[in-house]
Ligand binder design. Structure first.
Ligand code: PLP
Length: 368
């Protein structure tokens, strides 16, 4: 046996939402609806598709290692400088790169819990420890819990806002207070994968705190509202000195030609972003209304998914939805065994989900 590194023993395999083809095959279903990975249900921007088509004949060439066109477009959009940006193969790659840049074995990261599992993954591959900081009773952020978790070994604090899987967010005043009270040697990674969906007036996407000099690294992705999960593009924005260090561990050609072209086009497709946001807001209302009618408790979401409390056996509820061809996420992976998380779909997908839920709930009542 070739021995692998000891730290790998701590790594749990990532558990993705089941793909549509797998459920079709396993259950012999034709019609399967995926509401499990927070993808954009209306599809990619047509401008991104055109850009991919236009660039197909150039794939014999390596991509631009600096992704300069995309960075220029981003700099234009979010008012940071090109040197304050890094483009990566999905935001997941960026989490790994941040970990490789800043974490020594024995260091600590603080992660509000429950949250996105990739932060833990990044720490574990480096031999660093994960220190969870509990979210509140209704999954709201509690900065005192985060501050209490700080030690001499803390290197990174992760803040996902809106948070996956809860949909709750960190209000701007609290974020600012947290930044003021944290030691300046700690990197704050602000994961804004769902920033476009957040409509609360006191929401911040974190960018303004980069400009005012805080050690904040804002992480974003093209996988969610931009509808490009399949081509893998994400990016980070932070002070130049932070970005330049992360760039040291990046492979030169990490983002492929088609992904760079698609993302650059998608940024400028405002109509697609606006429409996606609108479909999501309407879907959220559609689901909330149905949940209230069915007496189902849920966590109010600033994102494109909703965490739902299931009275009784949530795992069997998840399985019954699956048997009806609807893929959601069962909450046990986040330590939430009484919950499921549903990604907001199109009007028709939401309606099918509501219908399936209502059928399962009625069957349960009859069974009692
Ligand atoms: C989806 C997601 C990401 C980014 O995913 P990529 O597809 O790798 O860009 C990052 N953070 C959170 C919380 C997410 O849900």
């Amino acid at each position: 046996m070739v021995q692998s590194r000891k730290v790998l023993e701590r790594i749990q395999p990532y558990s993705p939402g089941k793909p549509i083809w797998e459920v079709q095959k396993e259950l012999g279903l034709n019609q399967v609806i995926k509401m499990a990975s927070n993808e954009n249900p209306i599809g990619p921007s047509s401008k991104a598709l055109e850009a991919i088509t236009k660039n197909l004949s150039t794939i014999n060439r390596y991509p631009d290692a600096a992704a300069l066109k995309l960075k220029e477009a981003l700099a234009d959009r979010i008012s940071v400088k090109v040197d304050q940006l890094i483009v990566t193969n999905g935001a997941d790659e960026l989490i790994t790169l941040i970990s490789e840049t800043f974490l020594e074995a024995g260091d600590e990261i603080i992660v509000p819990s429950p949250s996105f599992s990739e932060y833990d993954f990044g720490a574990h591959i480096m031999g660093a420890a994960v220190v969870p900081a509990k979210l509140g009773q209704n999954f709201e952020y509690d900065i005192e819990e985060i501050l209490k978790a700080v030690t001499d070994r803390t290197k990174i604090v992760y803040l996902c806002s809106p948070n996956n899987p809860t949909g709750t967010y960190l209000p701007k005043q609290l974020f600012q207070e947290l930044l003021e009270r944290l030691p300046r040697e700690i990197l704050v990674v602000f994961d804004g994968a769902y920033a476009h969906y957040a409509s609360a007036e006191n929401y911040t996407d974190g960018i303004e705190y980069i400009l005012s000099g805080y050690p904040v690294l804002v992480l974003q992705t093209f996988s969610k509202i931009y509808g490009l999960a399949g081509v893998r593009v994400g990016y980070g924005a932070a002070r130049e000195d932070i970005i330049q260090r992360v760039l040291k561990v990046k492979e030169p050609f990490n983002v492929n030609v088609l992904a760079q072209a698609a993302a650059t086009a998608a940024i400028y497709d405002e109509a697609h972003v606006d429409f996606s946001k609108k479909v999501n807001e309407q879907g959220r209302s559609q689901l909330y209304k149905a949940f209230s009618e069915m007496n189902v408790r849920y966590v109010e979401s600033m994102s494109n998914f909703v965490l739902i409390k299931i009275d009784g056996n949530a795992k069997s509820f998840y399985e019954k939805l699956l048997a009806k061809g609807i893929i959601v996420r069962y909450g046990a992976i986040w330590g939430l065994p009484d919950y499921i998380r549903v990604s907001i779909g199109t009007y028709e997908e939401n309606a099918a989900f509501i219908q399936a839920m209502s059928t399962i709930l009625n069957e349960r009542i009859e069974a009692i």
